[in-house]
Design a protein around this ligand. Structure first.
Ligand SMILES: [Ca+2]
Ligand SMILES: [Ca+2]
Length: 232
């Protein structure tokens, strides 16, 4: 392609060169200008300054099904466009926060978890694109006395809001994922060490089927008690 488009220029330069010995000073100036035009196609195209980074994927150990064998949970962050693991971060010299968020959303990401346990379905944790994976994943121990550990997680939201959500899930005897509780947290403060029970978690088991949790509701931090209904 490039050679084809340059061909007429080569002809033009050749024609002017062939008359060189008889050219006047005015012709020399014209020849110079042709030479400059001929050099244009070799200019390196502007480099694409946007880069994409896959980022990390979390994993967590615990006995989820209560068979005394330790299982592992893995984070998966895929694009619904390709069905494959995808980038979590976008960097561009001229991109502001909104443009980065737009690029993340346009990729239609979904955060999921899967385990090493046979016949347990991969679970989608998000029903919206505006996020960059799982922010934290923790083993809460056995809260509902069925022998298996419950899991808490927070999604890493891409937007400006400080409001986020903490969700507790469990694996039932039928090996199905079930949500036990979801509550609001303050994204930049709730998970600070000084705001956690024993500096460790937003959840603290206080009795069988019962735990305390720290939430952020109506713009205020609050501590509440939750009792798990063992009949459901
Ligand atoms: Ca197990
Ligand atoms: Ca349990």
């Amino acid at each position: 392609m490039l050679l084809k488009s340059m061909y007429p220029l080569f002809v033009l330069v050749a024609l002017i060169s062939s008359c060189d010995h008889a050219s006047s000073p005015a012709d020399s100036a014209a020849k110079d200008s042709v030479t400059i035009v001929a050099a244009a196609p070799v200019v390196t195209p502007a480099k694409d300054s946007i880069s994409y980074e896959m980022g990390n994927r979390l994993k967590l150990s615990g006995d989820l099904d209560g068979d005394h064998i330790i299982d592992t949970i893995y984070e998966s962050y895929i694009s619904q466009k390709t069905g494959r693991e995808t980038f979590k971060y976008v960097y561009g010299a001229h991109m502001d926060v909104d443009m980065v968020e737009e690029a993340i959303n346009a990729n239609l990401p979904v955060s999921r978890i899967y385990t090493t346990i046979a016949n347990v379905d991969t679970l989608s944790l998000t029903d919206h694109s505006d996020h960059t994976g799982i922010y934290m994943l923790e083993n809460l121990g056995d809260l509902n006395e069925d022998g298996g550990d419950e899991i808490g997680y927070v999604i890493d939201l891409a937007g400006h809001s400080n409001l986020n959500e903490y969700t507790i899930i469990t694996l039932t005897k039928e090996k199905k994922w079930k949500k036990l509780l979801a509550f609001h947290i303050h994204e930049s403060e709730s998970l600070d060490k000084e705001n956690l029970f024993d500096g460790k978690s937003l959840i603290k088991k206080t009795a069988p089927y019962t735990f305390r949790y720290k939430c952020y509701e109506a713009a205020a931090f609050e501590e509440r008690t939750f009792v798990i209904d063992s009949t459901k």
